[in-house]
Design a binder for this molecule. Sequence first.
Ligand SMILES: NC(=O)c1ccc[n+]([C@@H]2O[C@H](COP(=O)([O-])OP(=O)(O)OC[C@H]3O[C@@H](n4cnc5c(N)ncnc54)[C@H](OP(=O)(O)O)[C@@H]3O)[C@@H](O)[C@H]2O)c1
Length: 324
Amino acid sequence: MRAIVQDKYGLPADVLVLQEVDKPEIKDDEVHVRVHTAAVHPGDWLLMTGRPYVFRLALGMRKPRKRIPGFDFAGTVEAVGGDVGEFQPGDEVFGEAPTGSCAEYVSVAADRIAAKPSGLTLAQAAVVPVSGVTALRGLRDAGKLRPGQHVLINGASGGVGTFAVQIAKALGAEVTGVCGTGNVEMVRSIGADHVIDYSRESFTEGGARYDLILDNVANHSMAECRRVLTEGGGLLSNNGTSGGRWFGPLGRMAAAALLSPFVRKQKAPFYAPVRKQDLIDLTELIEAGKITPVIDSTYPLEETAAAMSHVGAGHARGKVTIGM
Ligand SMILES: NC(=O)c1ccc[n+]([C@@H]2O[C@H](COP(=O)([O-])OP(=O)(O)OC[C@H]3O[C@@H](n4cnc5c(N)ncnc54)[C@H](OP(=O)(O)O)[C@@H]3O)[C@@H](O)[C@H]2O)c1
C-alpha cells in the first residue's frame, strides 16, 4: 500500500516520504480499514519534528518509533479479526489509528472506532476523533460545563476550537470565541454568541467574566486568564505546542498540575485519548444537528508535507485532511 513514512525528525519537506509499504496485519481484536480520508493536527507536527526534545524520551530518541504520521481517519472495513463481532466488511467507520493514518490501510482495535455518523461524508467524519473528543472531554468532563454558564474558547477557529464552540452551545452554555480577524464570521456562524478578534482586543483586559476558559493557545499567562474568571470559575489549559524547544508546554502543564489543588480557578491539565464511547457521544450530537465539522482544506496523500506545513503554521481554519 502507499503510505507516508518518516525515518528521522525534522520539517515536513525533509522527512515525509511517500513509500510503498506492507499492508498492516490484523489481530483478533482489530478491524482492517481501507482509509478514505485521514486528518492531521498540531500533535502530529510535534511527533514529526521531535520537538520539544524531552518528548523524544517517549517517542524515540534518534527517530520516531511511529513511522506513519496521522491518527484521525475514516474509511471502509475490509476485514475483521476473529474476536470482533460488531463490524463487518463494507461498514463505514471513523476513529483513531495509533500506528498512523496517512496510509491507504490501517488495522485498529475495534474499541477505537465507531460507525460513521449518518449524514456525514467519510471526509467529514475523518476530522472528528482527536479534536472532537478533546473538545468534548475538556468541556463536559474536565470543565464540567453546565447550561447557562459562560465559557470562553481561546483559539475558537482551529481544530479543537471549532468543535468546542459547537459542543459548548449543545451543552447549553453562552459562548465567547477568540480568533483572528479572518475567522470572526466563521466562528459566529458555528454558534458563538460573542467573538473577540485577538488582533484588536485582549480577552484578559475586557470587563466580561467567564465560568470556564478553554485555552487552546497559551498566549496569555495563566494568572492573566484566571483574573477574568467568575468566583467559582475554572481555567482549563489545553495547549500541547507552546513553549521552547527543550521542554515545550511541560512547564505550563506542570504548573497547572501543581497549582490546581491549591489555587482556586486553576484546573489540572487533561489528556483525552480517543475512546469508543466518546465517538458514540459525538455521533449523537452530530446526528442531532448540533455539530458540523469545519474543514479547512484537503490534500492528496502525496502532498501530506504541505498539509503538515499548513497545520504547523498554527492558523488552520478548522481541520486539515488528507484524501487517499
Ligand atoms: N488535550 C489533548 O488531548 C489535546 C488533543 C488535541 C490537541 N491538543 C492541543 O490543543 C491545541 C490546539 O489544537 P488545534 O488543533 O485547535 O490547533 P489549530 O487548529 O492550529 O488552531 C490554533 C488556533 O489558535 C489560534 N491562534 C493562533 N495564533 C494566535 C494568537 N496569537 N492569539 C490567539 N489565538 C491564536 C488560531 O486562530 P486564527 O487562525 O484565527 O489566528 C486557531 O484558532 C494544540 O496545542 C494541541 O496540542 C490537545
